[in-house]
Design a protein around this ligand. Sequence first.
Ligand SMILES: [Zn+2]
Length: 322
Amino acid sequence: MPLVTRRTLLAGSAATVLVAGADPAAAAAPLAVKQTPGVYRYRIGTFELTALYDGIWYRPITDKFIRNAPFAEVETALADAFMPADKLATPFTTLIVNTGEKLVLIDTGTGGQIAPSAGVLRANLVAAGIDPKAVDLIVISHFHPDHINGIKDKDNDLVFPNAEIMVPEAEWKFWMDDANLNAAPTDLKLTFRNQRRVFSDIARNVTRFEPGAEVAPGIVTLAAPGHTPGHTVFAIHSGDQSLMVLGDTAQHPAVFARHPDWQAAFDIDGDAAVATRKKLFDRAAADRMLVTGYHFPFPACGHLLKTASGYEHVPVEWQPTL
Ligand SMILES: [Zn+2]
């Protein structure tokens, strides 16, 4: 076996540098060091959709994370998904819907306030050529911080200054109730306080909707309770095409589509979360409907296939044209 030493390696790279001037193709290319933009476009009928990546958080988990499964099974699921042993991969993807009349943003990302590895939504808006001032409407699925924090920047200024904000009535009712805040365990109190930080001074400009409401032509809301009391999904219809925007009906599909019965610690009502997940996933699988999930791997859209024990997420093929 030839012995490659540090010296021979260095000698090799010196040789590369020497010939670089003579032959550009042999030049050592500089490392790019940064990632490319996370933007993916697709169409539903005449609507143009833009999936915008906000980054990823490797959420540390313990044996308390899944309430109704032995931790060894959770560890196996993480290993099967090629995730670190004690961390759940949690990517964030927001969705812009251009209906031709309105520019609608569904959920707003982390605002760079959740993890250092998330908060690239604004850079990706720029890369997509979308001016935050041009967004007409923000629709929120639920009030967890990774969905609402992007409404404001760290200085509490509105990121989308011209957008109307629409939120589920049941979310507002549950989270903005001070009696619920006072009764909440300590760590959940942070969630309640964050909601007051985001919403209190803009409350009069926030519109609340009931399930079934059409928040914009072609975008219909459906109650999907469990993860949170007012958690909402969106059915987008244009022409003869549809997309279901699943929000947090399931977190990362490699864990929660494969194990649809699992109740995560962050589900306010675990039984309801599981019932909602199975109902919506069964419908999507039976109808072979295109779905997108907020914590699905970017570009976060694809299909769900029913399996013997759960569901498998089949990502879309990247399309070079619209
Ligand atoms: Zn979430």
